[in-house]
Write a protein that binds this ligand. Structure first.
Ligand code: NDP
Length: 304
């Protein structure tokens, strides 16, 4: 029977640890602080940002939200980042993506002080991760490693296959698995015979952005399957294809008009040894890891 790896429970453990650390720092007069910059009014971004700010409050981390108008220019954003870099009370800077078209996202992310780069997207942190030095690592891949380690799934010596090579998920996930001594293959849209890789994976990470892309025959029996995908499915018949006879899903679909499906066909979980569900798997870890990075950034920068 495949074991469900409960991301919500693991995220809860991490949040408790972060709250304990924040309390200990508070006793020494230090409140780690995260600043979230949200440009314009993208509905999904507003939900994410509210959730980040709320979690800060719950864990004893200070937070501030800055909401520049949608018309802001790259230069104005660079000025804002420079101010935040210079503020001694700010430990973490998070710029919620995506940004409006006129803003040069790459330039902006590179302008953040790497010590305050709690999203782990700065090339200095990517380079540190690659060279095995302490780094603020991107939150979603760091969450994957936490799930594996806390679930006592052996990484060293395992054949790990990561499908997806984005800078925010696939590549850093591959690097972190390699740093933990897995033998890693990174697959992408040009990979020939993808199934030949996935079928040999002891640990299979799917970060593709296509609902149900990894099917049963692509999974090695007993493998650990980590499903990073978060895909909205608005078509009822497609939802029923993935979740036949699932009344809870059907009710949710009727209420919201969509359901969320990962990159792994849920039927493939049955052949796995362990798997992360969607929702309630990797996604649940991302904010917890952001909080962990914020406290870590505070400690490193303040030397405590
Ligand atoms: P990107 O679109 O940036 O990258 C997708 C990757 O999948 C690319 O490397 C692409 O290859 C590869 N790919 C696409 N089609 C195929 C195919 N047919 N065969 C093999 N590989 C393919 O996505 P992200 O990395 O940003 O996100 C991936 C998924 O994870 C999404 O569903 C996203 O919503 C989710 N996500 C979840 C997070 C969370 O849990 N908190 C956070 C971030 C993302 P190529 O490079 O060749 O184009």
């Amino acid at each position: 029977m495949a074991k469900l790896l409960d991301g919500v429970a693991i995220a809860g453990e991490i949040k408790n640890e972060v709250a304990a650390e924040a309390k200990e720092l508070a006793a020494r007069g230090i409140t780690p602080k995260l600043v979230v910059v949200l440009v314009g009014h993208v509905a999904a971004s507003e939900i994410y940002v509210r959730s980040k700010v709320k979690t800060c409050g719950e864990l004893g981390i200070g937070s501030e939200m800055i909401t520049p108008p949608e018309t802001i220019t790259t230069e104005e954003m660079l000025t804002l980042v420079a101010e935040l870099n210079g503020r001694p009370d700010v430990d973490g800077i998070l710029i919620q993506l995506p940004l409006p078209k006129q803003v040069d996202t790459k330039r902006l992310l590179e302008a953040i002080d790497p010590q305050k780069d709690v999203d782990g997207f700065h090339p200095v942190n990517a380079g540190r991760l690659q060279t095995g030095q302490p780094a603020l690592a991107p939150c979603t891949p760091a969450g994957i490693i936490e799930i594996l380690q806390r679930s006592k799934i052996a990484i060293a010596g395992a054949n790990a296959v990561v499908v997806g090579r984005s800078d925010i998920v696939g590549k850093p996930a591959a690097m972190m698995l390699l740093n933990a001594s897995a033998t890693v293959s990174v697959c992408h849209s040009k990979t020939a015979n993808l199934v030949n890789y996935t079928r040999h994976a002891d640990i299979l990470v799917a970060a593709i952005g296509r609902p149900g892309f990894i099917t049963e025959e692509m999974v090695k029996p007993g493998a650990t399957v980590i499903d990073v995908g978060i895909n909205r499915v608005n078509d009822l018949s497609e939802m029923e294809k993935f979740f036949p006879n699932d009344t809870a899903r059907a009710e949710g679909f009727a209420r919201r008009g969509y359901t969320v499906v990962g990159d792994v066909d849920p039927r493939a979980f049955a052949v796995s040894g362990a798997y992360t569900p969607v929702p309630g798997g990797v996604g649940a870890l991302t904010i917890a890891m952001l909080m962990k990075n914020t406290v870590r950034a505070a400690r490193q920068r303040r030397g405590v």
